[in-house]
Design a protein around this ligand. Sequence first.
Ligand code: ACM
Ligand code: ZN
Length: 701
Amino acid sequence: MVWKGSVATFSGLRVLADRALGNERKEAIAIVGDGHGALHSLRLKLQTTLSDLGEEGYRLKVDRSGVTISARKAAGVFYGLQTLRQLESVEHGRITVPCVDIADKPRFAWRGNMLDVSRHFFPKKDIEHFLDLLSQYKINTFHWHLVDDGGWRLQIRKYPKLTEVGAWRLPSDGTFPEYSGLTFPGAGESQKQYGGFYTQEDAREIVRYAASRHINIVPEIEMPGHNLAATMSYPWLICDPKLQPGFLKAEGFVFPNIFCAGKESTFKFVEDVLDEVMAIFPSRVIHIGGDEVDKYLWERCDDCKATMKREHLANSAQLESYFVRRVEKYVNAHGRHIIGWDEILEGGLAPNAYVMSWRGEAGGIEASKQHHFVVMTPWDQCYFDHSNLELPIDVILGYDPAPPSRGKEMARFVMGAQASIWTETLPDRRHIEDRLFPRILAMSEILWTNRRESTASFLDRLDRHLPTLYSNAPGLHLPAPRADLQVVAPGTGFNWHYPNIRGFTLRYTTDGSLPDHLSKPVPEPMIATSGERITAALVGDKGRRGDTGSVSAWDMEPVVADSISPGLRYRLYAGYFRTVPDFASLTSIQDGTTGQIKLMGDLKEHFALEFDGYLVINHPGRYTFLCGSDDGSVVWLGGLKMLDNDGSHGMLFRSVTLDLKAGAYPLKLGYFQQTEGAGLSFEVSGPGMPRQPVPPPMLYH
Ligand code: ACM
Ligand code: ZN
């Protein structure tokens, strides 16, 4: 087969690869143009002898005679094509690819993304759009969260009400009022309903679409909890169908969104549904949910209590375990495995279950100790519904789902990890793009490669790729421009690193305001005068603005500090703060010295802390400081507001890189805690110093 076209018309190439290699053919050749009339050959080869490349590995050779991609399996050829495309650059209309000889294969077999389509519904074309992009970054598993309180999204022929009723809710309070016998008090029936679902044919088409991009779809049919949409459709699924939703118990509201674990009718329903699900989805693994089951109703249900007695179950956790084991038996009998959220460990793990670790990593560690397969999606590192500020790229790049230090069991049983996106606050494609791109590229990086490159290397590569990604996913999150240093000597020139996206200009302000389309474009090099703080961001023709980066021009000089003593002074203040206060006007309730910047005193809420003294530098060089706080913090060094992490928020880190001479610099750190979670850390890395909390030998007063 010979095919003519440009490498840039990549979808054509993919079709070629599928057609050529799908029909038992072992080799296909395409002739590709470089846009300037020159033709090169592109050879795709299947070679069973390439056993060291595994199921998904490939070899990519580019030389003057053309491109050859060889692999054991079509998936490998597909990934070789993705790499080829990422190597392409277009200069003066000419497509070029560097000469390379790459042998490459993934570290992890489960490189995933979960999308919750229950809280918000995403039509088939959106799902295909995401799948197409995910596959380009070698993501091979799409975990499709089809069922939850917010809506049942998959047509089940035997239970039509699941989608006639359960796919349509009132947006205001999430109820399904018109059809079920159950209503929330005050549900307004006149309001427009929200929803949607996939027909079985839609789902089959999506499965085929994914398969042609080497993505396996793992359907999640959540049970026994998180099932308001199903129980509103068929109230006999709950322990007591007469229960009104939202009645009060001592600990809060009860939602009858849990299937009764004591009625055979529940198991019949679950098995019928799974029959239809397994007929649509060829996945070896079926997700059965299992998280956040409130056992309040089970503990008060005669049927559940009778089952516990009959099965000798000591408590309701064991009743959940019984439920999961029964479902597992059914799924195993059909040649499939179950995977469940890490709560399924609690009453004893079903014999063959895989575990998806989300409440941190503990569930995954425990399951691997018990020799069960694990997928990691700890919420701190992998929940992509968290904003780009809350979960920045460097945190993802720093994540290792199975670090060697955790031992052989993790290495053996952790299949991989996934980025999970819950959609309570994400109503449409644009919002998902903002959360998914470009962060999924970082997730792909840690799941595919063993090599740990620096964050700076990743961001530089990302800058080059972002224009392409933007053209495919215009809702993507626009990262902040980066300067090598965030504090520069006045009068010295510096440059920003940023992606050259068509329609966007890097603009800046010096008055603390956010750059907009009227702000000046950034010159190269940029020169700032003393005391100026430059704020820069990509600003689009249509007024869109990316994240901001800032650089201060400041003479950072050590001061004469005679007779200094170890430790910083600290003062604790009580009060209702919403930003880091002006401490001069306040009276402290406690003070002392400390060798470490951390939370001090016994207050849990409504307080502020002030640390001051000197930062002592013994080895001149380039230092990076990171301040993490929940809620806000601000750091001043040498009279400059060096880090601004102010405001009421969860744990957020800010960093600054600057050159420091040897000597002492006045240091001040302000922090406040409003309510709920509290946390404070101040870390440093520098010459010969790996990242660590700023150590006592650097802190004086
Ligand atoms: C979960 O986030 N409840 C799995
Ligand atoms: Zn019950």
